[in-house]
Design a binder for this molecule. Sequence first.
Ligand code: SAJ
Length: 425
Amino acid sequence: MVFRKLCVLGLGYIGLPTASTFATHGLQVVGVDVNPEVVHTLRNGGVHIQEPGLRTLVQAALRSGNLTIQSQPAEADAFIIAVPTPFRENKLADLRAVEAAAQAIAPLLRKGNLVVLESTSPPLTTVGRVAPLLERSGLRSGEDFYLAYVPERVLPGAILRELIENDRVIGGVNRASAEAARDLYSLFVRGEILLTDATTAEMVKLMENTYRDVNIAIANEFARLAERFGVSVWEAIELANRHPRVNILRPGPGVGGHCISVDPWFLVEAAPELARLIRTAREVNDGQPHHVVELARLAFGELAGWRVAALGLAYKADVDDLRESPAIQICHLLQKAGAEVIAFEPYRQEEQVEGIRLARELPSALQGADLLAVLVAHRRFRSLSPSFAAQAMRRRCALDTVNLLQRAPWEKEGFKVVKLGEGIG
Ligand code: SAJ
């Protein structure tokens, strides 16, 4: 099938790179976002997302004239839905944005069009929720128009490379739909394209992230056990991973981001009586920020009145994304315990983030602090000098949740160093 015009609904972490990549591969792309600020920023040459290489790509796509930004969808040969699927307070999937996108496409739909859902969704969303909304057009999915679920699998921080190089799973509501979507994605995907049905593709996406979540949960549980038994989980993991069939992930302050901390709940919601391990893993990972604050309390005593320099607020190392960040949760828990928190997040320059005061530079966060808390393993934190910190701080206490600090030089400067996953001695 040949595509000339594409309409991408949702210009976030996935939609924007996808729309821009198609545009730089020769398609006429209309990028649509319901948020007027996003439309305004993009139209004026800005980019609202920090991702290596993205600004250059978006600007190239816009300059080529192939990418235009609008607030309303337009007729096209193919439509891609890449809108967020968050969950509500009760951990139930919020599909309103997906449904609104499908409703917006329905009046524009023509015979022979392709519609692709990329947003992570609970099983059966494509056939059970999206197809009926599109069929309000009077056209039948799989017969009059093609419909496929094509999950994104890119890693924030490496999106542009992974978008092109990763293998891509394509699930059609029928074979013809999968083949139509393959024709579209093969314009730029260099990884292998694997065809299946839509519901299998939905399961694949959820299984990938759930698998990672469960594996991080066991690492976090090992960290708690290691603390109990007075061994270093970091050393134990390194040694266990020398086994040819063992590969334990890294414990940390918790699991954040918009994917792994959300997606497993879609399986729990769909079949709570079956997804017991998945739920427990979620609870272990969600409990990790509380565990970190408890560890600090055990090691340093009550933290009321302490000034804490929090290093990093992002949900993981070397990205600017703050969504579902365990670091932010830890800061709030520390505040609740009566501590004064001043954070330094190299990717954020604002005055405040979610009620947390931000220092513009690292030294001003450290100035007069009682406790240095490393919450994210950003590369630039590795060069932090213990003697500099010792001079700037009021008390020499360090809490490392990501195994970033080397114990010996910090202890030489008189620091009491407490690490997640190590006994407190
Ligand atoms: N984390 C740990 N220990 C580890 C690895 C990660 O605590 O050993 C934490 C991170 O610090 C972070 C969270 O887990 O808070 C998730 O980070 P991540 O790097 O594992 O994954 P994401 O959420 O950035 O991206 C994931 C990826 N999925 C998988 O690796 C299976 C990515 O390929 C998906 O495209 C993405 O979710 C998505 O959009 O679904």
